[in-house]
Ligand binder design. Structure first.
Ligand code: IMP
Length: 427
């Protein structure tokens, strides 16, 4: 059985949770490989409706081992709350494993996330405030504390003392706020360690064993391609790689093992937080899409910015991820619109370009060039066969397929598992 990576192809919130939940029933293992509790994966299934921030979206399938990979930064308090919530609602989480190499979010990360945003003033990034950037910065600066450190209290104290000395110097001398207490953090993280110890282990071996048993392995991305620190709209990005390549690093799996890379695109675009969104609609169509689709952040509740489908960005996303197939989600949101637009190029400094510029200054100046298509103006939420879609909806999907240059495998016409059209096989 293969490895399928499920990747956010736009600015996050594309509906990866639904796709993973749908595929997880057949999977032996699901690995969440990037981000932290900045993510919010919405899943609606027979257990009810859930917003998952850290737990892999395969957690509802009891025969599937769900791994929080080494590439994720974990806020232990948020994870324990999420486990408790699911248990209270009848979901068994004993199938969870946490990589001992995953870095932890510490109280100073959350504090510094807020302080750094304030420091940026008018140029604030609009982060989720969950401490994600400071935690990943510490990981590469080698100040991180990892899940495995929770298993050895003496070593944890030693490490925390060393790191906190440095963090407190920054908090007090740069930001002029109070130092944090070593004892309080230590006691708290010892408690988290006791609670999470049964789940923490070497996880790459679990993936290896599943592959040897020929089971399906899913890599679950968080955020989306244009929030990638290298290829996204830097510096308005997140701090870990949501790309297919990030899946290898964040799950501890060789690139040669990945067989399929499944993009998740919304039928239009959204973005939450600051930074360029070339097709943004600051008009009543944008407001209509936001309200119709309830486009508000799952993690922060902030209104999402909405715009037309951007095929220039999508083509770039296909190139750097190597998508072998795509899912188009939320097609039903467009059901009532009389005309639809797809961005097929940009106008930049009087020239037409067909590539996604790397600089945000250039992106800010890009004017979308649109192609217009007729809307279908009939409900699609009950349709399950591609051929049953109205001709204008098929025309829209066919056009997207050509523009993004990869086959469309799935189309989602509503939030529930069943509201899915299987257009072509993923495998
Ligand atoms: P951070 O990841 O909290 O540092 O936020 C950096 C940027 O990424 C902000 O613009 C956030 O709104 C955005 N972001 C982070 N996580 C998500 C997500 O799961 N979906 C959409 N945007 C996100």
């Amino acid at each position: 059985m293969p490895v399928i990576a499920v990747i956010g192809a736009q600015w996050g919130d594309e509906g990866k949770g639904k796709v993973i939940d749908l595929l997880a029933e057949k999977a032996g293992v699901v690995v969440r490989f990037s981000g932290g509790d900045n993510a919010g994966h919405t899943v609606i299934n027979p257990f009810g409706e859930f917003a998952l921030h850290l737990l892999p979206s395969g957690i509802f399938s009891s025969q599937t081992i769900c791994i929080i990979g080494n590439g994720v930064v974990i806020n232990p308090a948020a994870l324990i709350d999420e486990i408790d919530l699911l248990n209270q609602r009848g979901v068994d989480t004993s199938n969870l494993a946490i990589s001992d190499r995953a870095n932890l979010i510490m109280p100073y990360h959350i504090l510094l996330d807020g302080l750094e945003e304030k420091w940026r003033g008018g140029k604030a990034l609009g982060t989720t405030g969950k401490g994600i950037g400071p935690a990943f910065a510490d990981k590469v600066a080698r100040y991180g504390i990892r899940a495995g450190d929770l298993l050895d209290k003496e070593a944890l104290l030693e490490r925390l003392r060393q790191v906190l000395d440095y963090k407190n110097a920054i908090l007090t001398k740069v930001y002029g706020v109070e130092a944090l207490s070593l004892d309080e953090i230590y006691q708290q993280y010892c408690q988290y360690g006791e609670r999470l110890a049964p789940y923490i282990r070497e996880t790459t071996v679990i993936v290896e064993e599943a592959l040897n048993r020929e089971e399906l392995v899913l890599l679950e991305g968080a955020q989306g391609t244009f929030l990638d620190p290298d290829f996204g709209t830097y510096p308005y990005t997140t701090s870990s790689s949501p790309l297919a390549g990030g899946g290898c690093l964040g799950a501890g799996i060789s690139p040669t093992r990945i067989n399929r890379i499944l993009a998740v695109f919304k039928a239009y675009c959204t973005r939450v937080g600051e930074g360029p969104l070339p097709t943004e609609l600051k008009d009543e169509t944008g407001d209509f899409i936001r309200e119709q689709a309830h486009e508000y952040g799952t993690t922060t509740g902030r209104p999402r910015r909405c715009g037309w489908f951007d095929a220039v960005a999508a083509r770039f996303s296909t190139r750097i991820n190597g998508f072998t197939g795509a899912t188009i989600t939320r097609l039903d949101i467009l059901d009532t619109l009389p005309r639809l637009k797809i961005c097929v190029g940009y106008q930049l400094d009087g020239k037409t370009i067909d590539y996604f510029p790397s600089s945000i200054a250039a992106l800010d100046k890009c004017q979308p060039i649109y192609e217009e298509l007729p809307g279908w103006q009939v409900p699609t939420t009950d349709i399950r066969e591609y051929e049953q879609l109205p001709p204008q909806a098929r025309q829209y999907i066919d056009r997207l397929e050509k523009l993004i240059s990869c086959p469309i495998n799935l189309i989602s016409v509503g939030p529930e598992r069943g509201q899915t059209i299987f257009k072509t096989p993923i495998l």
